[in-house]
Ligand binder design. Structure first.
Ligand SMILES: O=C(O)c1ccc[n+]([C@@H]2O[C@H](COP(=O)([O-])O)[C@@H](O)[C@H]2O)c1
Ligand SMILES: Cc1cc2nc[nH]c2cc1C
Length: 361
């Protein structure tokens, strides 16, 4: 079997394995929520998150999330040649080294919450030192330039999706019970904007932001690149082709991680606009996969808000972050954990002997 048919086979099987979150566990969670010693609804979004967690795990109350891991998918982008980022491409590889040394923001935040950080090389344009702290899934040394043609071949996009699925299986097999998405790739807010525009129909100007902090001229160039790519290669109804046309290797890996996590019944906490764009790919392939996702935060990038609306996910944290790496997902982890803990540990009106609103005991 060729690599490409093995990849498309894994993708097909994974999509078929994604079932909706367990409705019985969700309805048990709703009943239990109503019995907890608080006015109904008073824990707000935590209550919704607790129901979602029960659905994902297929049990009520939900199991505690004790083995979190951030998978940081890294890749470079041919579209960098269009001058869409003020940062040199070498920063991608340099930041990967920083993640591995434990010095990046995501490492600091991950240590705060006891999460492991694992880097996945999806296509960094440099040779990286091998090691157990790095998964080598390199598809190429950066994608092709999406401004002048498809960023990836279909086979490359399928390779990336399959790699992400395999990473999900590997991490769950290692005992991780919640997967957090991270990304690193200079230039990757441009393909993210293009994917969001492609999957939502939004205008390029509405979804293209300032990424790492680009000036007005660079921002205009980004919008133009996204608009021209969408015009040159109109979006069809095949999500893998759209991913290949406009996306990055890390988007493919992240979309695969979402599909793999959903297929394994494990919650996935999404980070910012790169993860949001990738989740749109996963949603187009397997709509029920979104039921396994939490939106960790809302990034400053305008395309992220558009993506979250299409995904139907409410961000748990909104702190004007625009870093990526998984930082927003990591900050949201304690909120998801807290949601489960309240459902698991709070007393009920009956157990605590607290009178209900109507005076009934
Ligand atoms: O997560 C986000 O929403 C986000 C928003 C802006 C920038 N980033 C990060 O910044 C890099 C891409 O920015 P740029 O300007 O080079 O396209 C890449 O490494 C991303 O992880 C990430
Ligand atoms: C320094 C730096 C760190 C990053 N982390 C994620 N994206 C990044 C982009 C830059 C430029």
């Amino acid at each position: 079997m060729s690599a490409s048919s093995a990849d498309s086979g894994l993708l097909r099987r994974t999509v078929a394995a994604v079932v909706p979150p367990d409705p019985a566990a969700i309805s048990d969670a709703r009943l239990r929520q109503a019995q907890l010693t608080k006015p109904p609804g008073a824990l707000g979004v935590l209550e919704d998150a607790s129901l979602a967690l029960c659905g994902i795990q297929g049990t009520c109350p939900p199991r505690p999330l004790v083995r979190p891991v951030v998978a940081v998918f890294a890749g470079d982008h041919g579209v960098h040649a269009q001058g869409v980022s003020p940062w040199p491409q070498e920063v991608t590889a340099a930041m990967v080294a920083n993640f591995r040394a434990g010095g990046a923001a995501v490492n600091v935040l991950a240590r705060q919450v006891g999460a492991d950080v694992l880097v996945v090389d999806m296509g960094v344009a440099a040779d990286l030192d091998p090691g157990t702290d790095l998964l080598d899934r390199k598809i190429g040394r950066g994608t092709a330039d999406l401004a002048t043609g498809p960023a990836m071949t279909r086979a490359e996009a399928e390779r990336g999706l399959a790699a992400g699925i395999e990473v999900a299986h590997l991490l769950v097999d290692r005992g991780h019970d919640v997967l957090l998405t991270g990304d690193m790739g200079i230039g990757n807010t441009t393909p993210s904007a293009a994917l969001v525009a492609a999957f939502t129909g939004a205008d390029a100007a509405a979804v293209t932001g300032r990424g790492t902090g680009v000036d007005d001229a660079t921002h205009e160039r980004k919008v133009d690149v996204v608009r021209r790519a969408l015009r040159a290669r109109p979006v069809g109804d095949d999500p893998v082709e759209t991913l290949a046309s406009l996306g990055g290797f890390e988007h493919a890996g992240l979309a695969g991680l979402v599909l793999g996590g959903a297929a394994r019944g494990v919650p996935v906490i999404l980070d910012g606009v790169i993860a949001g764009a990738a989740a749109l790919v996963a949603q187009a392939l397997a709509p029920d996969a979104v039921g396994y996702c939490f939106a960790g935060h809302r990034s400053v990038e305008p395309g992220h808000t558009v993506a979250l609306e299409r995904l139907g996910l409410r961000p748990l944290v909104d702190l004007d972050l625009r870093l990526g790496e998984g930082t927003g997902a990591v900050l949201a982890l304690p909120i998801v954990q807290a949601a489960g803990a309240t459902l698991r540990e709070m007393a009920t009106f009956d157990s605590a002997g607290v009178a209900r609103k109507d005076g009934r005991r």
